[in-house]
Design a protein around this ligand. Structure first.
Ligand SMILES: Nc1ncnc2c1ncn2[C@@H]1O[C@H](COP(=O)(O)OP(=O)(O)O)[C@@H](O)[C@H]1O
Ligand SMILES: [Mg+2]
Length: 332
């Protein structure tokens, strides 16, 4: 892409005592594109976002947002971007509408503009019906949408989203994806962090995979999934006695077939839905009884296993550390 970079990380490093939270990370995000920072809990995603949004000072290295240096020009950086975090910036005891009014006042935006933008944003995020209810009565999905509306009030050309859909049910998640896609259509540059390959796959033009503070892979969603291995067709047999016959049938349609006797499962590497349909058809006429047949796609776990040789460690507490609080994210 030839567009000027909207965001650049240049050899960013952040140490907390002995913890190398971010360990020499560089990437470039062209204007108008979506970068997905993908990694498990504790990978360093929030720390990266906090440095790029001027909330945390790098140990070394630097970055640029809209061409402004995050260390030399923090005020210009803040004026060019919005941030929405895992911990909502929303004030619970204010109504939705009052939350936007407050942020508008903090930004010094004209009242008339704030009133109009609030109506527009609430209509878009399906919050109009709840505009005059206290935010503490909102569901998780509604809070995220209000948080996003708050971040968009000043119409920033660059938006950072730290795990925007973590904790949301699948419906709210895909609703939020639609909203984010719309923003991109209008030219907004997005940098989003996520633990979900599916989310990065759905939204990102480029994915940077981070683990233990380091970039372990980068590429388009398709490139990454290809590196993690193809999808597989998994059949579960009714009778263990059919395992070998089933494996032989599947070998005719797949270069790699794996038998798990204990669970009566046969797994065949497959290119996609077409292979699943063909294998299903073979079993129709074979007389072999199946309990289940399905397509398993590479998960973030598989990507990690493939790239690092170890499973993504789950550190449930890492995400809840104080570094996730973004309440200080309001430019002052
Ligand atoms: N303020 C802090 N003080 C000490 N350690 C921190 C702080 N913030 C983050 N860390 C540590 O840095 C690492 C990366 O954390 P974080 O950036 O929150 O990861 P992620 O957002 O990917 O879950 C973790 O080991 C975390 O415990
Ligand atoms: Mg985080």
């Amino acid at each position: 892409m030839t567009a000027a970079p909207a965001v650049e990380a240049v050899e960013l490093v952040k140490h907390f005592g002995d913890t190398r939270a971010v360990d020499d990370v560089s990437f470039v995000v062209p204007a108008g594109s979506v970068l997905g920072l993908l990694g498990p809990n504790g990978a360093g995603k929030t720390t990266l976002v906090r440095m790029l949004t001027t909330l945390s000072v790098p140990t070394s290295g630097t970055g640029r947002v809209a061409g402004f240096d995050i260390i030399e020009q923090p005020n210009e950086v803040r004026r060019s971007m919005g941030l929405t975090g895992q911990a909502a910036t929303v004030d619970e005891i204010l109504t939705g509408r009052e939350n936007l009014k407050l942020i508008g006042a903090l930004y010094g935006l004209p009242r008339k503009y704030v009133a109009e933008a609030t109506e527009r944003l609430f209509a878009r995020f399906d919050l109009t019906h709840a505009a005059d209810r206290m935010a503490k009565t909102y569901s998780g999905g509604m809070r995220r949408r209000l948080d996003l509306a708050v971040s968009l009030l000043a119409a920033p050309p660059i938006l950072f989203l730290d795990e925007p859909t973590t904790g949301l049910d699948p419906m709210s998640r895909s609703g939020l994806w639609d909203v984010l896609r719309e923003l991109v259509t209008e030219g907004t540059t997005l940098v989003l962090t996520t633990q979900y390959l599916e989310e990065a796959d759905n939204l990102a033009d480029e994915i940077v995979v981070v683990d233990k503070g380091k970039v372990i892979a980068a590429g388009t969603p398709t490139q990454l999934k290809d590196r993690a291995g193809k999808a597989s067709v998994v059949v579960t047999l009714t009778n263990a006695a059919d395992l070998d016959a089933a494996a032989d049938l599947m070998r005719a349609h797949s270069p790699e077939v794996h038998v798990e006797r204990g669970s009566r499962r046969v797994t065949a590497q497959a290119g996609g839905l077409g292979d699943m349909t063909r294998i299903a058809a073979v079993f129709e006429t074979s007389g072999i009884e199946l309990d289940d047949l399905g397509l398993a796609r590479p998960s973030l776990d598989d990507v990690f296993l493939h790239l690092t040789g170890h499973r993504a460690e789950t550190e449930p507490d890492a995400g809840a550390s104080s570094s996730d609080a973004t309440t200080e994210g309001v430019p002052s």
